[in-house]
Design a protein around this ligand. Structure first.
Ligand SMILES: CCCCCCCCCCCCC[C@@H](O)CC(=O)SCCNC(=O)CCNC(=O)[C@H](O)C(C)(C)COP(=O)(O)OP(=O)(O)OC[C@H]1O[C@@H](n2cnc3c(N)ncnc32)[C@H](O)[C@@H]1OP(=O)(O)O
Ligand SMILES: NC(=O)c1ccc[n+]([C@@H]2O[C@H](COP(=O)([O-])OP(=O)(O)OC[C@H]3O[C@@H](n4cnc5c(N)ncnc54)[C@H](O)[C@@H]3O)[C@@H](O)[C@H]2O)c1
Length: 259
């Protein structure tokens, strides 16, 4: 059954749009009528996502309502600022939906984790969301526009995980950031929520040792990994007016893992 066009007037900025959950989110929001600004560190992957949406992949000059691809490293302050400038120049308005999916892992046990493994994961997964959220919020507040910000955390931000001191800390930080943004921006009509996926079948989880995947899958009450579309369904709800009185929430999409 076709998804309802709940986002017909929305412009959605999706980071990490070149793969996995970000690509599925881009497809789903477009299917519900949104114009999508698909951003990724990998510009070619972002353009491939836009191609899948059926719109021109140019980074400039996309006509209003079409989709467009943007290349940016969200962990770099100037790049995040320029990203929002480029999106507004391309679409003549700030994005009313902002979905931060960009993320990385550098897994290692605490006793052996390098400072660089820590720094890089915190920079992308936490500072990147701070930078994009701040730039988007500044644009929305200065233009008096309402909005919905959705940050992709992880269930391990709630419960931790072996080998992920850096990653679980970054994802716990995303939850705290989301709570504060929700408190500060509610009066501006801007909502901010977190989504906490469990194990989702994407390139990120393909790097997990099979013995670990087998171990964890056996712990999932629904008995299988989730799909990127399972996450995109929840993101579309949080992006739409159907969640109009929800802000500061953390929505778990885990098949019941660690409920
Ligand atoms: C009792 C079971 C507890 C299960 C809790 C796990 C919950 C995980 C939920 C995650 C869902 C969300 C994830 C999402 O946000 C997306 C991602 O982050 S995907 C990446 C997730 N990463 C991991 O889970 C880490 C996986 N582990 C590794 O990559 C490696 O083990 C590494 C940390 C790099 C260390 O490698 P090394 O070669 O040094 O050691 P081994 O791989 O041989 O591991 C040694 C033993 O530890 C066991 N192990 C390792 N990681 C985990 C883990 N996450 N959960 C449970 N057990 C783990 C591994 O099986 C070995 O056990 P054994 O000696 O019995 O073979
Ligand atoms: N797959 C899972 O099981 C799972 C579970 C919980 C949370 N998450 C989170 O969901 C989000 C998406 O993960 P995924 O599984 O789709 O992974 P993925 O690796 O398939 O996609 C991540 C995307 O982010 C992009 N990216 C990485 N660093 C970037 C940067 N600095 N700037 C811009 N883009 C950057 C990558 O190029 C890639 O396209 C991540 O934040 C991840 O932590 C994933």
């Amino acid at each position: 059954m076709a998804a309802p066009l709940r986002l017909g007037s929305a412009l959605a900025l999706v980071t990490g749009a070149g793969s996995g959950i970000g690509r599925a989110v881009s497809v789903r929001l477009a299917r519900e009528g949104a114009a999508v600004a698909a951003c990724d560190l990998d510009g070619a992957a972002a353009r491939e996502t836009v191609r899948l949406l059926g719109g021109p992949g140019s980074e400039k000059g996309a006509p209003r309502g079409a989709h467009a691809a943007f290349q940016a490293d969200v962990s770099e302050a100037g790049a995040a600022r320029r990203l929002l400038e480029q999106v507004q120049a391309c679409f003549s308005r700030p994005p009313s939906v902002v979905v931060s999916c960009a993320g990385i892992t550098r897994d290692e046990f605490l006793l052996h984790m390098s400072e660089d493994d820590w720094d890089k994961v915190i920079a992308v997964n936490l500072k990147g969301i701070f930078l994009v959220t701040q730039a988007a919020a500044q644009a929305l507040v200065s233009s008096g526009c309402h909005g919905s910000i959705i940050n992709i955390s992880s269930i391990v931000g709630k419960v931790g995980n072996l080998g992920q001191t850096n990653y679980s800390a970054s994802k716990a930080g995303v939850i705290g950031l989301t709570h504060t943004v929700a408190r500060e921006l509610g009066r501006h009509g801007i909502r901010c929520n977190s989504v906490l996926p469990g194990f989702i079948a994407t390139p990120m989880t393909q790097k997990v040792p099979q013995k670990v995947l087998d171990k964890v899958t056996g712990m999932i009450p629904m008995g299988h990994l989730g799909t990127p579309e399972d996450v995109a369904d929840v993101v579309a709800f949080l992006a739409s007016g159907d969640s109009g009185y929800i802000t500061g929430a953390s929505v778990e999409v885990t098949g019941g893992l660690f409920m």
